[in-house]
Design a binder for this molecule. Structure first.
Ligand code: GDD
Ligand code: MN
Length: 379
């Protein structure tokens, strides 16, 4: 607990009823044991600054949101946004930052891995006006990434850094950092252009800016995680490649559609593989084999889309089964449309290849558009 004099000092610098100077945004998923220690650390680091912390929790099963609210009832600096049916670090950060009215927003992980004692320095530098953004970097003198678990994580992190640097207009020693600060109005200006997928919100921000941002790199240590576990996985890596591709094409690339179409393409292989297997090993008729192969391919496509294309709207439990049923229905109709339209075109003397291609494209666009709305409810 801060002493009475410290509290008085803080009150002297904060005018009652005004927005804080700094909002600290913490994306979190299953970080319950880290919440109370994190807020204590922020309290200690930010003495004399009018700050608030905004947790953005994706309905963690471990009760992270309840823990944040428990503390918030006694501490007016603490706020909680609880998102239901959504997942994603970057999109959580965006929502948290957009809920702020402070002069500056900082982003920091909720697992105690980032060095919160750097925050006052970052704030001072931004307030002085010479920089647009301050980034906690593990790769400048004085920083380190010791807490990055294992050789693989180091290798992947280094690879990601190289890749990101090839795209970035400003030289950043640690573009993969999840620890940074910028003026809130700047964040709001950039928000419209953000991709919001995956982990790499910093790369997203820098690439969204029409002008080169003046970035200050502050050396920061990356501590080891003591409670809970990392949510980084192979799919996060795929999303990172997708983010760079999206930015390279000026954001006009409908990434979700490409992912959906790619999965559909893989589904064709699955279909043919199952059909071949059945033809070779079972006495089933061609028609029966086709039916089975179709359903297996649909199930495969549904799973893969649920894991990759719609990772941020991933369905689980009962909603997974409801989604699968709807998906089969939607794709069934898509197939009818595909075959029907191709048939009409063919009868009107269109070449069979063109008729088939038009049918297939219409089928995939229908499947995509309708399943995005009905199955995964992205709109
Ligand atoms: N709301 C929400 N939703 N929060 C999430 C999600 C999610 O889907 N996934 C992860 N988080 C939260 C975690 O709870 C944690 O507070 C923070 O985001 C970072 O996640 P970790 O899973 O601990 O990531 P990491 O330690 O492997 O990597 C972090 O540090 C690296 C070094 O700075 C990330 O910040 C990376 O982006 C960064 O490169
Ligand atoms: Mn972490």
């Amino acid at each position: 607990m801060p002493s009475l004099t410290v509290l008085d000092e803080q009150h002297a610098q904060e005018q009652p009823g005004t927005a804080p100077v700094l909002s600290v945004i913490i994306p979190c998923y299953n970080e319950r044991p880290n919440v109370a220690p994190m807020i204590r650390k922020l309290d200690a680091a930010l003495t004399g600054i009018a700050w608030e912390v905004i947790y953005v929790d994706d309905n963690s099963p471990d009760g992270t949101a309840e823990e944040v609210r428990r503390i918030a009832r006694d501490n007016g600096r603490v706020r909680c946004i609880r998102r239901i049916g959504r997942r994603g670090l970057a999109s959580a950060v965006i929502e948290g930052a957009l809920s702020s009215s402070a002069d500056y927003v900082a982003v920091i992980d909720g697992d105690l891995q980032h060095d919160e004692t750097r925050l006052p320095l970052m704030l001072e530098a931004l307030q002085a006006g010479a920089y647009d953004m301050a980034v906690g970097s593990r790769h400048v003198a004085g920083g380190d990434s010791a807490g990055l678990g294992g050789r693989w994580r180091h290798l992947l992190s280094d690879g990601g850094i190289r890749l990101a640097r090839a795209f970035l207009p400003v030289p950043l020693s640690d573009p993969m950092s999840g620890f940074f600060m910028l003026p809130r109005p700047l964040f709001e200006n950039l928000a419209r252009g953000l991709n919001g997928q995956g982990f790499k919100i910093l790369v997203d921000l820098v690439l969204s800016s029409p002008v080169k941002l003046r970035v200050l790199e502050v050396p920061a240590r990356f501590r080891e995680r003591t409670a809970g576990e990392s949510k980084m996985d192979a799919l996060v890596m795929i999303q990172f490649i997708g983010l760079l591709a999206d930015k390279a094409c000026g954001g006009v690339l409908p990434l979700r559609f490409f992912s959906f179409a790619l999965v559909g393409g893989l589904g064709v292989f699955v279909h043919l593989a199952v059909l071949t297997l059945l033809r070779k090993t079972s006495p089933l008729s061609f028609e029966a084999g086709q039916m089975i192969a179709t359903f297996v391919a649909m199930g495969f496509n549904f799973q893969l889309n649920n894991m990759i294309t719609y990772r941020d709207h991933r369905l689980r439990g009962a909603r997974l089964w409801r989604g699968l049923m709807l998906f089969v229905l939607v794709c069934g109709l898509g197939a009818v449309a595909n075959v029907g339209i191709a048939q009409v075109l063919y009868e009107q003397n269109t070449a069979w290849t063109a008729a088939g291609a038009v049918g297939a494209v219409i089928g995939v666009v229908w499947n995509y558009a309708v399943s995005a709305t009905l199955v995964w409810r992205t709109r």
